[in-house]
Design a binder for this molecule. Structure first.
Ligand code: GDP
Ligand code: MG
Length: 213
């Protein structure tokens, strides 16, 4: 079955309008740049299965569908997200200055534990840069975010941004820091993991019987 995966993670793409969020999602899913500037609504939703070292993960990614233009990104959009790409445009300081607000909304409305990757998008427009790599990496470090500069135009680091976020969530599941069974964790078990889980649960009663207490 081609749809087999161990986990499903809900992801968000957040940041000011015009930073390239819809293009990043499109590049990740379709592996090409969407240069149709007439799209008013844009991609609202996408999903893709990615293979990690020993797990397969389905990413279910939500785009704001233009709501950010009206500052009306709703509570229900954030609810139960495990990861987020927080996007600014390296050629626009205004979009960088807005990061703190986006980040506090994500932590407040999604989860305090949400795994966030900061993306300085439009890396290809280096000559128009208004935000240096160094200052953004400091911001990322101070706020415990992963950080990459990306280009939805060339595709540079786009796959990596989503993959790094997924990898970090997997690590947190494996270390017990994240509990996939907690309500609103943004994580669901896929078929493959469920089969494994059921197999280990079937094995459990024997362990109890062996215990003499
Ligand atoms: P959103 O409002 O955040 O979803 O932004 P869009 O994805 O609609 O992109 C806004 C504009 O930026 C569009 O004109 C895109 O063609 C352009 N754009 C997006 N990503 C890049 C990029 O990486 N490089 C360049 N040069 N332009 C980009
Ligand atoms: Mg958009």
């Amino acid at each position: 079955m081609s749809e087999s995966y161990d986990f499903l993670f809900k992801f968000l793409v957040i940041g000011n309008a015009g930073t390239g969020k819809s293009c990043l999602l499109h590049q990740f899913i379709e592996k090409r740049f969407n240069d149709d500037s007439n799209h008013t609504i844009g991609v609202e939703f996408g999903s893709k299965i990615v293979s990690m070292v020993n797990k397969t993960v389905k990413l279910q990614i939500w785009d704001t569908a233009g709501q950010e233009r009206f500052r009306s990104v709703t509570r229900s959009y954030y609810r139960g997200a495990a990861g987020a790409l927080l996007v600014y445009d390296i050629t626009s300081r205004e979009t960088y200055n807005a990061l703190t607000t986006w980040l506090s909304d994500a932590r407040m409305l999604a989860s305090q534990n949400i795994v966030v990757v900061l993306c300085g998008n439009k890396k290809d427009l280096d000559s128009e840069r208004e935000v240096t790599f160094l200052e953004a990496s400091r911001f990322a470090q101070e706020n415990e975010l992963m950080f990459l500069e990306t280009s939805a135009l060339t595709g540079e680091n786009v796959e990596e941004a989503f993959a790094q976020c997924a990898r970090k969530i997997l690590t947190k599941i494996e270390s017990g820091e994240l509990d996939p069974e907690r309500m609103g964790s943004g994580i669901q078990y896929g078929d493959a993991a469920l089969r494994h889980l059921h197999a280990s649960r079937r094995a459990q009663p024997q362990v109890t019987q062996e215990c003499g207490c």
